[in-house]
Design a protein around this ligand. Structure first.
Ligand SMILES: Cc1cc2nc3c(=O)[nH]c(=O)nc-3n(C[C@H](O)[C@H](O)[C@H](O)COP(=O)(O)OP(=O)(O)OC[C@H]3O[C@@H](n4cnc5c(N)ncnc54)[C@H](O)[C@@H]3O)c2cc1C
Length: 457
């Protein structure tokens, strides 16, 4: 029988206990409750533990599994894919020069009829349901243990090395032992809980707005083409967005995002991005809740307004709003290297390059008043630049890596590299380095880059 280990909560930072009841000092006046010490079962031991199954996390787990590491992938929502699936963001930017898993995903989706039937030009559109099932198949094949509906809630360290994470789910509170941990939570939850330092937002500490995305149907490409952000539209500077904004206004609503887009998936299925929620922090549950309720109400008003116009819109319907509002800004965890605006302007080359970024700076204004005034590029003329592996290794805690939007970078650099065409190679590279480190009992920074046999196109 497998030996059961227990961790004492006294060693861990506090979080709400599940499946446990304890007596309150005074039910009516207590400002805080004292959680009693208890034992948490260690549910499993893994070589690599990945927190968050978005584009970065799922890639990290698949690659670690394919490299022979016993791998656990933890996700708080009910499917794999993060913003691609729970967020309905069916549009992959900066995918062109990305070999490896990014290309494999696009090819497999195309082969099974899951890619968009209308070209988005350089961006790759897809069907979110096809993406969900494809990612599950990859994980099963790579022997990755997938645990859904499970939130990473606390960590345990020994001599500043991460040894366990603690999760909460329907199964209560559980601990998981690991050799290498990869934070792919987008918001840097794991690293923050482990005590890593981080940055958030721009110089004033305010982040970019959130946007709730939805899938819509009941419209037909040949009738609404002027409003669709397709390949032809992107070549001539996306005039579709201004037309769509005017059409939404004609339907009786001024959209909170002045550059709304209808992104094609199938002739009768589109992703709609038309909302900006300013001033909310994605790491505050109250603020995310409020932003989500506001955004969902606005999306329904917009779609109802368009449908009320009749004509080509008369059958427009929301198929689904995102389970998760799109959060652009999260914690940027301090790493062994920080990608900066200067790297973008100089087109930095790195000996340990994980991917080469082509995506320009895309700062969605942090204040509503600046939305139509400010330039999204912030005046940065970018040259394709490299993300080094060192930006994916935490500097404050040992045995911890990051991939996706929570890597180490400044506000401007993050506004360029954050798109999913870069999240995938970051995740894949972190998964490979994590597996090599775990299987040879080393830290990620002790793995020589030549051993990783990584190629950037
Ligand atoms: C509105 C919006 C529009 C965008 N447009 C585009 C676009 O058109 N194309 C493009 O390529 N990119 C776009 N981006 C950028 C891109 O979507 C993100 O930067 C990308 O999601 C980064 O991937 P990720 O894996 O780091 O994070 P995410 O996709 O956010 O994945 C993080 C995962 O971790 C899980 N998680 C979080 N916390 C925990 C926890 N404590 N425990 C367990 N699981 C946890 C989440 O549920 C999620 O599944 C957009 C972003 C937004 C918000």
């Amino acid at each position: 029988m497998e030996r059961r280990h227990f961790l004492s909560t006294a060693l861990l930072s506090a979080a709400n206990p599940l499946l446990q009841s304890f007596s309150a000092p005074d039910a009516h006046t207590a400002a805080a409750l004292q959680e009693s010490a208890r034992e948490i079962p260690v549910t499993g031991e893994y070589d690599v533990i990945v927190c968050g199954a978005g584009p970065a996390g799922v890639s990290a787990a698949i690659e670690a599994g394919r490299n022979g590491a016993k791998t656990l992938l933890l996700e708080v929502h009910g499917c794999l894919g993060g913003v691609w699936t729970s967020g309905n963001l069916t549009w992959i930017i900066d995918n062109q020069n990305k070999p490896g898993l990014m290309r494999e995903i696009m090819q497999d989706l195309t082969q099974r009829g899951g890619s968009a039937t209308i070209s988005g030009g350089d961006s790759f559109g897809f069907d979110a349901e096809e993406m969900k099932v494809l990612l599950e198949e990859y994980c099963l094949k790579a022997n990755v243990t997938v645990r859904l509906f499970t939130r990473v809630a606390a960590t345990a360290k020994k001599d500043n090395r991460l040894t366990h994470i603690v999760t909460e789910s329907k199964s209560g509170r559980e601990a998981w032992a690991g050799k290498i941990f990869i934070d792919c939570s987008g918001d840097g939850d794991l690293a923050a809980q482990a005590g890593c330092k981080y940055e958030y937002g721009g110089s004033d500490g305010v982040g970019q707005p959130m946007s709730l995305l939805c899938l819509v149907s009941g419209i037909h490409y040949n009738e609404i083409k002027p409003f669709v952000r397709d390949a032809e539209d992107s070549k001539i500077g996306t005039p579709s967005k201004k037309r769509l904004e005017n059409e939404i206004i004609r339907g009786g609503v001024k959209p909170s995002y002045t550059r709304p887009g209808l992104y094609p998936i199938r002739e009768d299925l589109y992703m709609l991005m038309t909302n900006h929620e300013y001033g909310f922090n994605g790491t505050d549950a109250n603020q995310v809740s409020l932003a989500t309720l506001r955004a969902r109400a606005e999306l329904h008003k917009i779609v109802n307004g368009l449908r009320g116009l009749g004509g080509v819109w008369k059958n427009l319907r929301i198929v689904a709003t995102g389970e998760q509002i799109g959060v652009r800004e999260g914690r940027r965890i301090h790493g062994l290297y920080t990608v900066t605006r200067k790297d973008l302007m100089e087109g930095a080359r790195q000996h340990d390059a994980v991917c080469r970024v082509n995506m320009g700076v895309d700062v969605h204004s942090v204040k509503k008043d600046d939305e139509s005034k400010g330039s999204y590029s912030r005046g940065v003329k970018l040259l394709p630049y490299d993300i080094p592996m060192r930006a994916l290794i935490a500097s404050d805690v040992q045995g911890l890596m990051m991939a996706g939007r929570c890597i180490s970078g400044d506000f401007i650099a993050h506004s360029s590299y954050r798109v999913t065409g870069n999240a995938v190679p970051m995740g894949q590279a972190a998964g490979r380095v994590g597996a090599i480190a775990a299987l040879s009992n080393r830290l990620p920074q002790e793995v020589k880059w030549e051993e990783v046999k990584w190629q950037v196109e």
